[in-house]
Design a protein around this ligand. Structure first.
Ligand code: ZN
Length: 276
């Protein structure tokens, strides 16, 4: 078993069907989950077969540790108390990280398929490209082809000596503070985006921008690219539009405010707590 790349994307199944193949099935943007001994599981082929439901928009996602993975949708009511539906945010706290990213991938592929039923150029019906290697939708009339896309967004932990910049976004439901983030503009480098977001949102300039890590984020189809950076100059001045408050916080303060999650933002804050 190849663990160097646990998930291998593929448009067509890479292995023979197995009872344990994974099925990521959605109904109204919620995922079907299987509860066993208080634990949340992703349904396997054998669990799904028992349900006798009709599944549509089926796509092969690829292979995870040698098991085929599929995504699809269903509308049937299921009267089995072990089967439930869970939204993606709640699910992120209930399954291990690798599995959560597979769920995200399933959600992305499904939304991509549903959003590309008609050609953006001529309006004709699109169909799936028949290919082993290429996941694409092709227009039946003008041949316009579209592939799954993600929108890059940067997220950056900015430090000033032993303090971390945290900001409160207007959109955040609770009074939660987080590191700065924003979408990459067309034709912009990630580093330029880090500089621009920091300057636009809180009015400061940064230096020593360093790559930290990346994470697909399915709300709705982003790719977060994480950085660390150091304060260069300027006074904090929030834009009032997106950011309503921002400040430098000490390690002790950050520790009290921090709620751990699998998000890259949370990992950046943990990096600060460990290294400062
Ligand atoms: Zn077309």
């Amino acid at each position: 078993m190849d663990v160097y790349i646990p998930f291998q994307p593929s448009v067509k199944p890479l292995h023979n069907e197995k009872e344990e193949d994974y099925w990521f099935l959605f109904k109204d943007d919620k995922l079907m989950v299987y509860e066993k001994e208080g634990q949340i599981h992703i349904p396997r082929r054998k669990d799904v077969l028992k349900l006798n439901i009709s599944i549509y928009n089926i796509q092969c996602m690829g292979s995870y540790f040698g098991y085929n993975c599929y995504c699809g949708e269903f509308v049937d009511l299921i009267e089995d108390e072990r089967i439930g539906l869970m939204d993606l945010k709640t699910l992120s706290k209930s399954v291990e990280e690798n599995m959560y990213f597979l769920v995200s991938k399933a959600n992305l592929l499904l939304n991509w398929l549903k959003s590309n039923q008609y050609c953006g150029r001529c309006g004709s019906k699109m169909h799936r490209k028949d290919s082993q290697f290429e996941r694409a939708m092709v227009c039946s009339k003008c041949n316009n082809t579209t592939w799954p896309r993600t929108s890059p967004a940067v997220i950056v932990a900015i430090t000033k000596g032993d303090k971390l910049l945290l900001a409160r976004n207007k959109q955040f439901p609770d009074r939660r503070y987080s590191v700065i983030a924003g979408f990459v503009e067309y034709g912009e480098t990630f580093e330029e985006c880090v500089k621009r977001e920091a300057y636009e949102e809180v009015g400061i300039k940064v230096k020593n921008i360093r790559y930290f890590g990346s994470q697909p984020w399915p709300f709705p189809n982003s790719m977060m690219i994480g950085f660390t950076a150091e304060y260069l100059e300027g006074e904090i001045r929030v834009d009032g539009e997106e950011i309503v408050d921002a400040d430098w916080f000490s390690k002790e303060e950050v520790e009290k405010m921090h709620k751990k999650s699998i998000s890259l933002g949370s990992q950046l804050i943990e990096w600060f707590l460990k290294s400062h």
